[in-house]
Design a protein around this ligand. Structure first.
Ligand code: FES
Length: 158
């Protein structure tokens, strides 16, 4: 089957019922997407499927075939990090960082949908992500910073 990941086409011969997470990590070598609970409960494996956040640990690979898959490796534009990635670094919005790719993917999806979210909208968008290190306060600040910067950049383009 054909997978379109981060703008690149891959022809993979895999069992259609395998989970997308395993194919991304083990077959395509895209290990930025993490295995946490394996049950759809922690958010570590979050990727974008046609722009929507998706738990790749519970998504059969066949359901992702022919759709646009974006992983953490595909979020930057060339050498330029996504504003959410920049803000996470600036605020050190992580400790062990295992959950970070998932948080970043959901934050990026939120900002593409709602460029200027309030705290409640950010909390709601990230509520199903678990950070075992408890960096939630810094994560919230990072997303707010990214939103402010994105808003400014949009304003400058007008
Ligand atoms: Fe997929 Fe936890 S590893 S939600």
């Amino acid at each position: 089957m054909d997978l379109l990941v981060n703008g690149k086409s891959y022809e993979v011969s895999v069992d259609a019922e395998r989970m997308l997470l395993g194919v991304l990590r083990d077959d395509l070598g895209l290990t930025g997407t993490k295995y946490g609970c394996g049950e759809g409960n922690c958010g570590a494996c979050t990727v974008l499927l046609d722009g929507n956040t998706t738990r790749s640990c519970v998504t059969p690979v066949v359901s992702a075939a022919g759709r646009e898959i974006i992983t953490i490796e595909g979020l930057a534009t060339g050498d330029e990090l996504h504003p959410v990635q920049d803000a996470f670094i600036e605020h050190t919005a992580f400790q062990c960082a295992y959950c970070t790719p998932g948080f970043i993917m959901s934050s990026a999806a939120l900002l593409s949908r709602i460029p200027d979210p309030d705290d409640a909208q950010i909390r709601s968008a990230l509520s199903a992500h678990i950070c075992r290190c408890g960096a939630y306060g810094r994560i919230l600040r990072a997303v707010k910073t990214a939103a402010e910067r994105s808003g400014r950049a949009e304003g400058e383009q007008r």
